[in-house]
Design a protein around this ligand. Structure first.
Ligand SMILES: Nc1ncnc2c1ncn2[C@@H]1O[C@H](COP(=O)(O)OP(=O)(O)O)[C@@H](O)[C@H]1O
Ligand SMILES: [Mg+2]
Length: 429
């Protein structure tokens, strides 16, 4: 998109204006109340301010990235998409929400969502372009990691808002098919939120799909054992249901299963029986926890600091000739993106490992939908300072992390993200 200098100035002013506001985090409960009670007009009025606020907050941060990263072709492309989408939403700033405008708004949201569907891998590609053409120092590496966490989290949140609107008010778009009408006939879905998400069902789905990839690659796979535990105050014969976005939970579990399966298969080589993966589902009063345990040999403590770094992987790089298939591992995006999904509604993802034995990955989710608030990056002076401050010199005798960083960047040489890896990276986002 070519912008005239005048046009560019107008957008820059609007970005300045909207980035002054903090995003308004919504809880799952608020999403549901809104879905049940709010009109399309109300949603329109909310989004035409909230979307530009969230976009402007993160666009301000893109602008603070190191100059040479901003010049990478993939980063230029991502920046363009954001500019274009911001501008398109601005068109509605002063519009009267009549039926025609509401329909147009909904169509524009679909267009924006589609435009941004490849953002994760395109930005990742931009970082690779930088690493292949420049020496990246420790501070830049650190800023990129900080930025990507915030950037991808912002994207998850913007897509959540857009998806809710598109799903809740599809009447005009899909010819009158209304799924989420209030009243006795309403479905258990409110937009993309399942009000009775069957946790064990999602675990089994994710397991089966990861197992399919594992069987393809290793011609065998471990079994699954699901173990359910509850706080004594809860009835023991009921399924464990949670109010959640099932696609987010699925994404996390699919990534964890792939990792555990790979670890088990690599560690045990060719044997008749592989030790099963165990998932313990625990329902407490405050949290719902899923603990996935494998006996895949674990992770040495010296590398645990790197697990959540983008592009850290010990798997061979998937070959370009396999570009149309979904690989089991190799892009190093599984854990960091899964942790963002978990944290998005104030949950978490933690890994604990015993080298020589296996790994436990624990997914925490808020049990109460009013506590499951969005966690959103906010652009302010502290953020800007972060990008400008040079990392302090170490004040411990051993700065062990440098060792791993060096290994990581060597492995990154010629690391490419073919278009197809996106299924594992971005489908659910
Ligand atoms: N359960 C596990 N057991 C052993 N190593 C693991 C496990 N989970 C993750 N890892 C290590 O963490 C790395 C990063 O995982 P991830 O972010 O999913 O990227 P990828 O799977 O593409 O390598 C893996 O390459 C592997 O070395
Ligand atoms: Mg993985």
């Amino acid at each position: 998109m070519r912008l005239s200098p005048k046009h560019f100035q107008t957008i820059a002013k609007m970005l300045d204006f909207y980035s002054q506001f903090n995003p308004s985090p919504l809880s799952i409960k608020k999403f549901i109340d809104f879905g049940l009670n709010a009109s399309e007009k109300k949603s329109f009025v909310f989004l035409r301010k909230e979307l530009p606020v969230r976009l402007a907050n993160i666009m301000k941060e893109i602008a603070l990235l190191p100059e040479n990263l901003l010049r990478m072709p993939s980063v230029i492309a991502v920046n363009d998409w954001y500019m274009r989408s911001f501008q398109e939403i601005m068109e509605f700033e002063k519009k009267d929400p009549n039926d025609q405008i509401l329909e147009h708004f909904c169509n524009e949201l679909v267009k924006i969502r589609n435009r941004h569907s490849d953002v994760v891998e395109t930005m990742a590609q931009g970082v690779l372009e930088l690493k292949e053409s420049h020496d990246v120092d420790h501070h830049t590496e650190h800023s990129i990691q900080y930025f990507l966490d915030r950037f991808y989290m912002s994207r998850i949140s913007i897509r959540m808002l857009i998806n809710q609107h598109i799903h809740l008010f599809p009447a005009l778009l899909f010819g009158g098919q209304v799924e989420n009408v209030p009243g006795p006939n309403r479905s258990k879905y409110i937009g993309c939120i399942d009000t009775q998400c069957d946790v064990v069902g999602v675990i089994r789905d994710a397991f089966e799909n990861a197992r399919f990839l594992c069987d393809q690659y290793y011609l065998a796979s471990p079994d699954l054992i699901v173990d359910v535990a509850r706080h004594p105050d809860f009835e023991s014969d009921q399924d464990i249901n949670i109010v959640y976005v099932p696609s987010h939970l699925y994404h996390i579990l699919f990534e964890l299963f792939k990792n555990s399966m790979r670890a088990v298969m690599e560690y045990h080589g060719s044997v008749d029986q592989y030790p099963p993966l165990t998932v313990t589902v625990a329902k407490g009063k405050e949290d719902i926890c899923l603990k996935m345990s494998d006996r895949g040999g674990g992770i040495p403590r010296s590398t645990t600091d790197h697990l959540f770094k983008y592009m850290y992987s010990t798997a061979p790089q998937p070959s370009k000739s396999d570009a149309h298939t979904v690989p089991l591992a190799g892009y190093g995006y599984g854990l960091p993106i899964s942790r963002l999904y978990a944290r998005y509604f104030h949950g978490d993802l933690v890994l604990m490992s015993c080298e020589g034995h296996g790994t436990d990955a624990v997914v925490y989710m808020k049990a109460l939908s009013n506590e499951a608030n969005e966690l959103l990056p906010i652009f302010n002076k502290t953020t800007s300072k972060f990008y400008r401050t040079i990392v302090q010199t170490g004040d411990w005798s051993n700065q062990a992390t440098n060792i791993g960083d060096r290994q990581m960047s060597t492995r990154l040489k010629n690391h490419q993200l073919p278009h197809s890896c996106q299924e594992s990276i971005s489908e659910a986002i």
